[in-house]
Design a protein around this ligand. Structure first.
Ligand SMILES: O=C(O)CCC(=O)C(=O)O
Ligand SMILES: [Fe+2]
Length: 316
């Protein structure tokens, strides 16, 4: 029997525990799947025998690019650039972590469609980002076929601005423009998350949600579901580093788009055709096997360079 609800990631499906597909999962995979299903995140040891050597090389290669004085233990590490996006383009170890085949196989099994990594972010310190769902930046149709894998590249304590999240928030409504009464297509934003902050905060208040911190050992990773609310805690001690890599994954045969700049009900989608980091191909957005054309006319036609700049900075 095939998966009746094939438009919902297996691991997020209400039929998850009834699905015959879970019989394929071994004990550890089942633990991860159950945590994702119930809490929206799962912690695991990153499966790479060469990981610590990779981490050393990444720190050496990326370190000088942040403009941070890592040598002086007393220097403020939070003063300069906090992230490098898509370092996989020039760093073989960032690429290897993003393309880890065990992770790709695991995610593919858990979601019921083939996973591919499309973006990396490398942080030397905490992001101190407010609680948000990544689904305003990158989402899919059918929804929820996106996830993040957050890897600790050192031991991370409570004063280093650890990742935090609200367990169970992946089941709350995915906040889109339609839900907050905002038009998105062709709109102008300085922060793609800003219009949604009050809605996320209200959901947290209504649920009495308690945030949890991720205080990992070096080499531990956390998978989060598309709609899990998460952010970076305040970094109490600016002298500390918090080396980490986030890889975002999409899944085959979906429409990939940016909800912050879309009006789904009107069919106006800011479509993405993401680059698959592991196999070097462009994944055209598709729906049940049919390629969906890119209709971002407002970006192509725009003569307004400020708008183009905003789009370039926001579309992560
Ligand atoms: O590492 C953090 O503090 C948050 C990162 C994050 O929100 C993301 O990569 O989506
Ligand atoms: Fe995020």
């Amino acid at each position: 029997m095939s998966n009746i609800l094939s438009g919902i990631p297996l691991v997020e499906s209400p039929l998850f525990f009834k699905s015959e597909n879970i019989s394929d999962l071994d004990g550890e995979e089942m633990r991860i799947a159950t945590d994702l299903h119930e809490k929206g995140y799962a912690v695991l040891e990153f499966p790479d025998d060469d990981l610590f050597n990779r981490i050393d090389r990444i720190k050496l290669n990326l370190g000088p690019k942040y403009g941070i004085n890592f040598q002086d233990p007393d220097s403020d590490k939070t003063v300069a650039e906090r992230r490098i996006q898509d370092a996989w383009q020039f760093d073989a170890d960032v690429h290897a972590i993003a393309s880890n085949q065990i992770i790709i196989n695991l995610l593919s099994k858990l979601y019921g469609r083939s996973a591919f990594p499309f973006q990396t972010l490398n942080f030397p310190v905490g992001t101190q980002q407010a609680a948000h769902s990544d689904s305003v930046h990158f989402s899919s149709l059918p929804e929820r076929f996106m996830c993040g894998v957050w890897l600790a590249m050192e031991d991370i304590g409570p004063d280093a601005g650890p990742l935090f999240y609200y367990p169970g928030s992946h089941r709350w409504p995915i906040i889109t423009n339609g839900l907050i009464g905002r038009r998105g297509y062709g709109s102008d934003l300085t922060s793609a998350q800003e219009p949604y902050g009050p809605a996320w905060q209200s959901l947290c208040d209504a649920h009495g949600a308690q945030e949890e911190m991720f205080l990992p050992r070096k080499g531990q990773a956390l998978i989060w579901c598309a709609n899990l609310l998460h952010g970076g805690s305040h970094q109490n001690d600016p002298k500390l580093t918090r080396w980490s890599q986030v890889t975002h994954y999409y899944f085959e045969d979906c429409i990939y788009y940016t909800p912050a700049f879309s009006d789904e009900a009107l069919g106006k989608l800011m479509i993405r055709n993401p680059f698959s980091i592991n196999d070097g191909s462009i994944k055209r957005s598709s729906y049940l096997g049919e390629i969906v054309s890119d209709n971002n006319d407002f970006v192509k036609k725009s003569k307004n360079s400020i708008f183009k700049k905003i789009i370039k900075n926001l579309v992560r």
